[in-house]
Ligand binder design. Structure first.
Ligand code: SF4
Length: 191
């Protein structure tokens, strides 16, 4: 029986024409732009709030704890890494304070472009920031939405807790696994 080993999922390079994006001002904070990781045409797109410190350190071969939790749940539900692409609401990691709502609204244009190109079958938003930005509703949260499918901008979407929250509160892991299984079952039904 195979066992779980965390690994680096390949980074999807930022398209040349987007690389120097300065639209929202986060560019000035000096973090690099990260488009996503995993398999670009994968049927499942996972949306997180923003890249982590690991991704921001160019070329650093390190799978952070957040990624380990995500990859572990992927492994335990029988999904393959080739079925998953991970991206973000913000393509740069904020280093200092910033205008959150305005910045997210501006950077979401990149995600909208990605969706048009990649056309995932299913979208999984992780954590309240990703949920509220993607659903464009600040009143929503993971707790109230998890376990169901929603049509958001024409995409079949569901939600789960942020893997960082799951690491901090291990009692959330069974719920996280349940939500990942929910996605895996839907994908299987579509195949
Ligand atoms: S966060 Fe998004 S919109 Fe802002 S500079 Fe980076 S890529 Fe551009």
């Amino acid at each position: 029986m195979s066992c779980f080993c965390p690994e680096i999922w390949p980074e999807d390079p930022t398209p040349k024409i987007q690389k120097d994006c300065k639209e929202c001002g986060l560019y000035d904070q000096g973090s690099r732009m990260i488009w996503g990781e995993g398999t670009p045409r994968a049927p499942i797109m996972i949306v997180l709030d923003n890249p982590g410190a690991r991704e921001n350190r160019e070329g650093s071969p390190f799978v952070c704890g957040t990624r380990q939790t995500l990859q572990k749940a992927v492994f335990e539900t029988g999904l393959k890494k080739e079925q998953i692409y991970v991206t973000y609401i913000l393509k740069r990691k904020p280093i200092r304070a910033y205008e959150k709502d305005r910045t997210r609204a501006i950077c979401m244009r990149h995600l909208e472009n990605q969706l048009e190109v990649q056309k995932p079958s299913l979208i999984l938003c992780l954590g309240n920031v990703a949920v509220q930005s993607f659903f464009r509703n600040q009143e929503l949260d993971v707790k109230g939405l998890r376990g169901s499918w929603y049509e958001v901008g024409g995409y079949q979407t569901t939600v789960a807790y942020h893997p960082l929250a799951v690491r901090r509160r291990p009692n959330l892991y069974p719920l996280f696994l349940e939500d990942m299984q929910f996605v895996a079952s839907e994908l299987e039904a579509k195949m």
